[in-house]
Ligand binder design. Structure first.
Ligand SMILES: Cc1ncc(COP(=O)(O)O)c(C=O)c1O
Length: 378
């Protein structure tokens, strides 16, 4: 059989998490919190199950949840997405990203992505015959050169994928970045996929400049979001997509034959939980405290770092420690020092190695203290 994804291998997250388990290492590799979801939210899910919401949800999602998402987006970004026609609830952001790409990418279409990039973009593009055009962002700041973006656009370019706050670098797009993107997308009649799964994890008083805030940009953009990232339950796999009606119509055509609809009781619970904005407004302060706690503990280590501006990831530069590749170094850290991280070259075009590993600080203080002790000893 001819593989449709000949280059796809086991994801680095699975590899590093397995290596962490095999070697009994502290796992700061995969991006998941090691603390509990809010007991109130768990109770709301249990309640929804007991109330009998055990059959299919409506295809685009529970209407109560879509209404809450619409109001939340309006409150945060002054942009209305109609709950009936412009919002679909998905099985995590991964499905939303896949479905948006499936809905619009045809054979030979070029898609610009910024590397280091989250690992699901490229295979999804490839699966539908698209061609990924990577633009490599450079360590340590990972900022975008918009002239380079303009240079990479051809008559085949169909879509630009952005991710802010950015995994793995922790960089965020500024107002100016979004204006530049808007202008380029408009001038070249491009669609945009804005992956905003870390929208509520942004530090030092910075603003999340959602694509929803920029009218011309929003009119050509799919925004993808994840409740798993926001409410500490990545295993529940619930997210959503926002897009103007013509784009959402195409999205729904794929969605209904892909999953049809997603987990009903969790949607019912989230519809109630979202009524209290504090549940997501408190997130930045919560994670900033963790970032600062962790970085203060490792400030005298041999690792160099620029504090993450958003997400729950921190890049650590190990070039003062060894000239090993990031893959060799992170393997050695896992096996010998008992701490697992992600070598970030795997997310880069041509696996460029900036000697940076990514660690996840969505962990309890006890775990962060143990991690810091190990990192300080290296
Ligand atoms: C940038 C980015 N996009 C999308 C996702 C996937 O989100 P979900 O778990 O909701 O599918 C992740 C998860 O790590 C991510 O980091």
């Amino acid at each position: 059989m001819i593989s449709k994804l000949p280059n796809a291998t086991t994801s680095i997250f699975a590899i590093m998490s397995k290596m962490a388990a095999d070697h009994n290492a502290l796992n700061l590799s995969q991006g998941f919190p090691n603390f509990k979801s809010d007991p109130l939210l768990i109770d709301l899910v249990a309640q929804a199950m007991k109330e009998g919401h055990n059959q299919y949800a409506p295809m685009p999602g529970d209407i109560g949840l879509r209404e809450e998402i619409s109001q939340k987006t309006k409150k945060l970004h002054s942009k209305s997405y109609h709950p009936d026609t412009e919002i679909t609830v998905t099985a995590g952001a991964t499905q939303a990203i896949f479905t948006a790409i499936a809905a619009i990418i045809n054979k030979g279409d070029e898609v610009i992505i910024f590397t280091p990039a989250y690992d699901c973009y490229d295979p999804s593009i490839e699966l539908f015959g698209g061609i990924t055009i990577p633009i490599q962002l450079k360590a340590p700041n990972y900022t975008v050169d918009w002239d380079e973006v303009t240079d990479k656009i051809t008559y085949k370019t169909k879509l630009i994928i952005i991710n802010t706050p950015h995994n793995p670098s922790g960089m965020i797009f500024s107002n100016n970045d979004m204006l530049q993107l808007q202008s380029i997308a408009e001038k070249n009649n491009l669609l945009v996929l804005s992956d905003e799964v870390y929208e509520h994890i942004i530090f030092d008083g910075n603003t999340h400049f959602s694509a929803a805030r920029f009218p011309e940009l929003a009119s050509r953009t799919f925004i993808t979001a994840s409740f798993g990232k926001t409410f500490h339950n990545t295993g529940w796999k619930l997210g959503y997509c926002l897009a103007p009606e013509p784009l959402m119509n195409e999205f729904k055509k794929v969605h209904q034959f892909n999953v049809f609809s997603v987990n009903n009781p969790i949607q019912k619970a989230l519809a109630k939980y979202l009524k209290t904005p504090e549940h997501y407004f408190s997130l930045s302060a919560f994670y900033q405290q963790k970032r600062d706690f962790f970085l203060d503990l490792i400030k005298d280590s041999k690792f160099k770092f620029i504090p993450s501006q958003g997400t729950y990831f921190q890049m650590l530069d190990f070039s003062d420690i060894t000239s090993e590749s990031d893959i060799t170094f992170s393997e050695r850290l896992t096996k010998e020092n008992k701490i697992a991280s992600i070598p970030t070259s795997v997310f880069n075009a041509r696996n460029e190695d900036f000697k940076q590993i990514r660690v996840c600080f969505a962990k309890t203080e006890e775990t962060l203290e143990k991690a810091a002790e190990i990192l300080n000893s290296i």
